[in-house]
Design a protein around this ligand. Structure first.
Ligand code: GDP
Ligand code: MG
Length: 358
């Protein structure tokens, strides 16, 4: 699973990427030309609690991968533009960064901020790229259908997608049947990817929780069912430089319960239907990511392929019981331990111990 950071040049993508992943890539107008990849820790207070309880040698949070994809500039060559578009295509979900903050650097390149314009333009760009692909595929299939019958169904479906896009609907908003999804397997469309908006605002705007065109942007996001989050990348940078124990006071002063970075990571994590289960012990307390509904055996495979292969049973209890009762022994006494087979759908917050035999 890889989350692409997209948006116009100087919107703050690399700044956010550096903060999320602890990297130090060049920001600003002379920022790097190529996409880069890194992973971000998914904050989870439950891990801190477990770590305090088990005092393990090692505590490991789960992570998700981000890819910083440079925006296309006016004078970019076609080949560069298409290379960058391919980077967008290969991402599983997109976080679009919109610039609202004012800064000399950004202004010189991109003019006054106009996030509503940027948002609708980018949406249109994704839509056009999909329309272009669909038209080409339909033409190719129609050519082939003169000799092959089974491409007719495909053509009808692709035409349905095309009509939706031309009608300003996102592919993700269509209710496709299982058969239709099957027909589309292996084909990916940009406007089908889960999309998140990061509105990159000024410190003053963060304090007043307002900025120009806020209502229009929120209405657009609501209509298209896009999750939206407001962040001030500059403030995030300042918070990041502080010692961890100094950060809460700083955040409180800004009227925030949590840093924008952790809100962003959690939003992406939750909206993509990802959940965490934990393994605990003296050596390590660790969070693992699976998709909601993943069966126990598959979850075990996240830890090691041997555990998946030789899976016997999972011994499971829930974090909430541990948190309420204070020790695993009390959780066991209260009858909250359960043994589960390979099909058991792992729950968010499960603490699991897998028995296996290879
Ligand atoms: N004032 C202000 N400047 C920012 C903010 N976020 C990013 N910048 C600056 O805007 C410029 C472009 O940022 P960068 O992350 O390189 O944008 P990218 O082109 O989207 O990767 C850099 O000079 C950043 O320091 C912000 O929230 N406030
Ligand atoms: Mg950049």
């Amino acid at each position: 699973m890889q989350i692409g950071l997209v948006g116009l040049p100087t919107s703050g993508k690399t700044t956010l990427f550096n903060l999320l992943t602890g990297s130090s890539h060049l920001t600003g107008i002379s920022g790097a030309d190529e996409a880069h990849i890194g992973s971000a820790e998914v904050p989870d207070p439950r891990i801190s609690y477990l770590s305090g309880l088990y005092k393990p040698k090692k505590t490991t949070y789960t992570r998700i991968d981000f890819k910083d994809i440079p925006g296309v500039k006016m004078n970019d060559s076609r080949s560069r533009a298409s290379r960058l578009l391919n980077e967008v295509r290969s991402a599983d979900a997109l976080v679009e960064v919109l610039r609202v903050f004012k800064s000399g650097d950004a202004e010189a390149l991109a003019g006054d901020p106009d996030p509503y314009r940027d948002l609708t333009n980018y949406g249109a760009e994704l839509q056009l790229a999909d329309i272009d692909i669909l038209e080409k595929r339909i033409a190719r299939l129609q050519e082939a259908s003169k000799t092959k019958k089974d491409s007719c169904e495909q053509v009808a479906l692709l035409k349905k997608l095309l009509a939706a896009l031309e009608n300003d609907q996102l592919i993700s908003s269509l209710q496709l049947s299982a058969e239709e999804k099957q027909l589309l397997a292996g084909q990916s469309f940009l406007s089908e990817k889960p999309l998140f908006l990061v509105v990159n605002i000024d410190e003053d705007q963060l304090r007043s929780s307002d900025y120009p065109n806020r209502e229009k942007i929120c209405a657009y996001a609501a209509e298209k069912e896009i999750s939206i989050i407001e962040i001030c990348a500059r403030v995030e940078m300042e918070i990041n430089r502080l010692k961890p124990e100094e950060q809460p006071e700083f955040l409180e002063d800004l009227g925030l319960a949590e840093s924008g970075l952790s809100r962003l990571t959690r939003m992406v994590y939750e909206q993509l239907n990802l959940i965490s289960f934990f393994t605990v012990g003296e050596d390590e307390v660790r969070a693992w990511t699976v998709e909601k509904g993943a069966p126990a055996r598959q979850a075990a495979g996240k830890i090691h392929s041997d555990i998946e292969r030789g899976f016997i049973r999972a011994e499971v209890f829930h974090y909430n019981h541990l948190y309420q009762l204070g020790s695993a022994a009390k959780v066991r006494d209260a009858g909250h331990f359960h043994l589960e087979g390979k099909e058991y759908p792992v729950q968010d917050g499960d603490i699991a111990n897998f028995r296996f035999n290879v």
